[in-house]
Design a protein around this ligand. Structure first.
Ligand code: ADP
Ligand code: MG
Length: 892
């Protein structure tokens, strides 16, 4: 485990030490000559960078610098920087150079550096391998005097990204192996008291038949549960790779250090009393994490319930609850410990088998994202369940979930749906976007099935763990009672599924074995006399037809006998048609599902009522659609004047100061114009005479709008006059609109754009999710009925089209009921251009294009009102602009 961070001036001494840790060969390869030492001037130069033209990252192990990677912008070639690396001899071949290169490229790209060059001695195979493994497309000049010139773009190619993510996945999954597949386990704080947590945990591991040796560590007991105990982990005779820690909070960090001594690789810290208790606990947790990371260990918790793995190869029951669930293909992580116990109990009741379960606690080290990476390739896991209270890194979650979702469904309950994020925002977009909207957008884009409740989580899980994902939305309902059939059909339609009428042929086949009173429309009501044979024949017909994608079989036990035979018939049909359509059962019986429905080959998920069955099926069907659709592409439009836009934004920030603020109309125009987002022609007038002259230039009807810091909604105050004709009228309108407020700075005289549909495009920055993009129809739709769609940046073409599809009122754009149709392709393009703008100018934190006029097909779109708010971007990797000479900025 190594850590990476930007270099600091006080790294000089450590850098000096690194120079000496690198052997003479490494030094020669770095400097192309023999070199005994670094001079104080060189050290000063190497440890001080300007974080723009010159940048360096260091890799640390404990407190030692074990590697450094840097770039220097070349003077004579704009946007090209030279890179160089030095890694301590003992640490070479471990991927440190690759990691440093990755950080440097990401950093350089954001600073506008488009390419890297490196000079590499022909025999420096290690360095050449770093470049090759990186996945960047290299051009390698012929070797000249034994030196290769390697050049590559900082723009990550899809291959480079894939290579990076593959490395991430493999490294994370490997680091979690000691937690899921330990060879030997110690429980530090194993107690003889069967009621205590340490006692219960140890007893579970023991009775769970963990396949390796199990060592209780307890300084005040010789024996715990008939097993010889040890005073400290250091006294344990054999090797230990996983330790559970159940000692009082103040002792935890010391115990972790002892574990490090012993060579333990994985930790599960059950002990509570850390960041969940407040600031002091937070400090203790940071110390704990430091100790864990310094030793290269991985840790679940603290403040968690434990982990379990039902694989008979380990049979690890490492949690202190009373239930060890049956083995199965569902993996789960829970952010709440107590809930975890209830969850395991409920899963067992529903016949849901568990592969691995992790109570993640405070997630100080191992996060939900790490677990996803482990489960991605875990052959024992087909479905992933998450109970989330917070996201550590939502952007990483989105990227990982999107990829995993293509193979394995992820179902999540995120608590905290209410309580819209209180955020001071003036614009529509800002006030509409609550944190929950961001979570919804994130899940939607990443294909995560979100449920409202834990009960629904398991209802969906029971379906996905046992049945194929439906291939479409068409559902047949087969029932022996009319009422529940109708309820099912209503619930299906309410959830966006279809209950289509069946063809004459199919109806004939269904009717063949049924009494005359039965109904063969959909729902197919076999009436109360239906027995196992009727269920069998009808299911056969429905499962073989190509008119539906899923079947819900309902049974109300009208007669005292026969339910079990019917359940068996349903299961047999499911087995016969295995892998075809999705089948669910509803057994309206207080004692729950008959065991006949859970065979060894196939399980038919069974619900007590039609509604949860419909909800689960709808979730699975939406997931299926997400999985089948293409992801689309994030566009990068050519001809974008990024430098012009960047300059405007940086100058505005200089004027506005650290808090940032709103751009002026002319700045807004330049920024949007640079990105090819069409604006109505306009000029800024400081006087009535100027207004008249701009109106003459525009040569047509104009709109006159007051410019004032206080007028947020100009038209509400009478600060907008539309369809003004002629110079004299424009001058008069100027006088009127500038008199409605005290702080008028002039007026915008803008081309009048008649007709078209008004839509809103917006963007707001969520502190943890990043930029959120919004689309809705102008006028009352957005505000009054909240008919608005949100997505997380970046937006693909598919996402943009999907947003338009999601907004119900947007059907007007398609010419609904005689409305004028709009230029939808141009609208999609404008949304993608906005996404690119947001990507390349992270200083933009809020944007409201309201309205954008969508003109007739082929006529494009035109923005008639726009507001953009900017703020200086700062963070650990982006130093304050004040520290950087402005020449450097311009240059890049
Ligand atoms: P505000 O949002 O501050 O009230 P706008 O500039 O959005 O001010 O103008 C209010 C309304 O006037 C718009 O929603 C739009 O309907 C109409 N409007 C504004 N500018 C134009 C224009 N150039 N052409 C046609 N209609 C416009
Ligand atoms: Mg407006």
């Amino acid at each position: 485990m190594a850590r990476l961070r930007p270099i600091r001036p006080d790294d000089a001494d450590e850098l000096h030490a690194l120079f000496h840790r690198a052997g003479p060969a490494s030094v020669y390869q770095r400097f192309f000559r023999e070199k005994d030492d670094l001079t104080p001037e060189e050290l000063e130069y190497f440890s001080n960078v300007d974080y723009q033209r010159r940048m360096a990252f260091v890799a640390l192990h404990e407190d030692d610098i074990i590697g450094v990677g840097r770039y220097d912008l070349l003077d004579d070639e704009p946007a090209m920087a030279e890179v160089a690396f030095l890694v301590a001899d003992a640490q070479q071949g471990r991927g440190i150079g690759t990691q440093l290169l990755e950080r440097l490229t990401d950093y350089a790209r954001l600073r506008g550096i488009t390419a890297f060059r490196a000079y590499v001695l022909a025999d420096n195979h290690a360095m050449l391998r770093v470049f090759r493994n990186s996945g960047f497309s290299l051009t390698r000049d012929d070797v000249a005097a034994g030196v290769y010139t390697v050049e590559f773009p900082t723009e990550a190619s899809p291959e480079a990204r894939r290579a990076e993510w593959e490395r991430e996945k493999r490294a994370v999954a490997a680091s979690l192996m000691p937690i899921f597949y330990p060879h030997a386990v110690a429980v530090i704080g194993a107690s003889r008291d069967p009621q205590s947590i340490g006692g219960r945990l140890f007893a579970n591991l023991l009775s769970g038949n963990f396949t390796g040796p199990l060592y209780p560590v307890n300084p005040s007991a010789d024996v715990v549960h008939s097993v010889k105990a040890y005073t400290s982990i250091g006294d344990v005779p054999g090797p230990v790779d996983l330790a559970f820690i159940v000692v009082p909070a103040p002792l935890v960090t010391k115990v972790v250090e002892e574990c490090a001594e012993k060579g333990v690789k994985g930790l599960v810290v059950i002990t509570a009393g850390f960041s969940e208790t407040g600031d002091a606990g937070g400090v203790a947790e940071a110390d704990l994490l430091e100790a864990v990371r310094a030793a290269g260990m991985r840790m679940v918790g603290p403040n968690c319930m434990g982990v379990l793995n039902t694989d008979p190869a380990v049979s690890l029951d490492g949690q202190f609850g009373p239930i060890f669930p049956p083995r199965g293909n569902v993996a789960m992580s829970s952010q709440s410990g107590a809930l975890g116990i209830a969850i395991l109990d409920y899963a067992r009741q529903l016949n849901i088998g568990i592969s691995t379960f992790v109570s993640v606690g405070n997630k100080a080290d191992i996060s939900g994202n790490d677990l996803l990476l482990y489960w991605e390739d875990d052959p024992a896991t087909d479905v992933i369940l998450l109970y989330l209270e917070s996201f550590g890194n939502p952007r990483r979650f989105a990227r990982i979930a999107r990829r995993i979702g293509k193979r394995k469904p992820i179902v999540a309950v995120k608590s905290g749906r209410t309580g819209a994020g209180a955020r001071a925002a003036v614009s529509h977009t800002g006030s509409l976007a609550s944190t929950d909207v961001a979570v919804d957008a994130l899940f939607h884009q990443a294909g995560v099935i979100r449920t409202e409740t834990l009960e629904e989580l398991f209802d969906v899980a029971a379906l996905l763990a046992n049945q194929p994902v439906p291939e479409g939305r068409r559902v047949a309902v087969l029932t022996n009672a009319g009422g529940p059939g109708i309820l099912a059909a209503d619930a299906l339609e309410a959830n966006g599924l279809e209950v289509p009428e069946l063809s004459a042929d199919l109806r004939e086949r269904l009717a063949a074995g049924l009494p005359a009173e039965a109904s063969t429309r959909n729902p197919v009501d076999m009436i109360a006399s239906a027995g196992a044979e009727h269920y069998r024949a009808c299911l056969d017909a429905l499962m073989e037809s190509d008119e539906v994608d899923a079947v819900i079989v309902i049974h109300i036990p009208a007669a005292p006998a026969g339910s079990d035979q019917i359940a068996a018939a349903i299961r047999e049909e499911a087995e016969r048609h295995r892998g075809g359509k999705t089948m669910l059962a509803v057994f309206m019986k207080a004692e729950g599902a008959p065991t006949e429905l859970a065979g060894d080959v196939v399980r038919v998920p069974t619900y007590l009522f039609p509604e949860p069955a419909a909800m689960a099926l709808a979730g699975a069907a939406r997931y299926g659609e997400w999985r089948r659709r293409s992801e689309g592409e994030v566009a990068a439009f050519a001809g974008v004047a990024i430098e012009t836009a960047r300059l405007v934004v940086e100058e505005a920030i200089e004027r506005l100061g650290d808090e940032g603020g709103w751009l002026e109309p002319r700045e807004v125009e330049t920024v949007l114009g640079s990105y090819g987002i069409g604006l109505a022609r306009a000029g800024v007038a400081a006087s009535a005479a100027e207004a008249a002259s701009i109106a003459r230039d525009i040569d047509g009807p104009v709109v006159v709008k007051v410019i004032s810091p206080s007028a947020v909604h100009k038209s509400d105050l009478g600060g907008v006059e539309l369809d003004v004709e002629g110079r004299r009228e424009a001058a008069a309108a100027f006088e009127r609109v500038t008199s409605v407020v005290d702080d008028a700075e002039g007026a915008l005289v803008q081309e009048f754009v008649p007709g078209g549909h008004e839509v809103i495009l917006g963007m707001t920055e969520d502190p943890s999710f990043g930029p959120l993009l919004a689309f809705g129809l102008g006028g009352v739709f957005v505000e009054l009925i909240g008919d608005v769609a949100f997505r997380i940046h970046p937006l693909t073409d598919v996402d943009a089209a999907d947003m338009i599809g999601e907004v119900r009122s947007a059907r007007l754009l398609e010419g609904y009921r005689g409305a004028e149709p709009g230029d939808i392709p141009a609208l999609i393009e404008a949304m993608q251009r906005m996404s690119q703008l947001v990507d390349e100018l992270p200083e933009i934190v809020e944007m409201d294009l309201n309205p954008v006029k969508v003109l007739a097909p082929g006529r494009g779109v035109k923005v008639v009102d726009a507001r953009i708010r900017v703020r200086p971007v700062e963070g650990p990797f982006v130093p304050s602009r004040k520290d950087v000479p402005s020449t450097a900025r311009r240059r890049i």
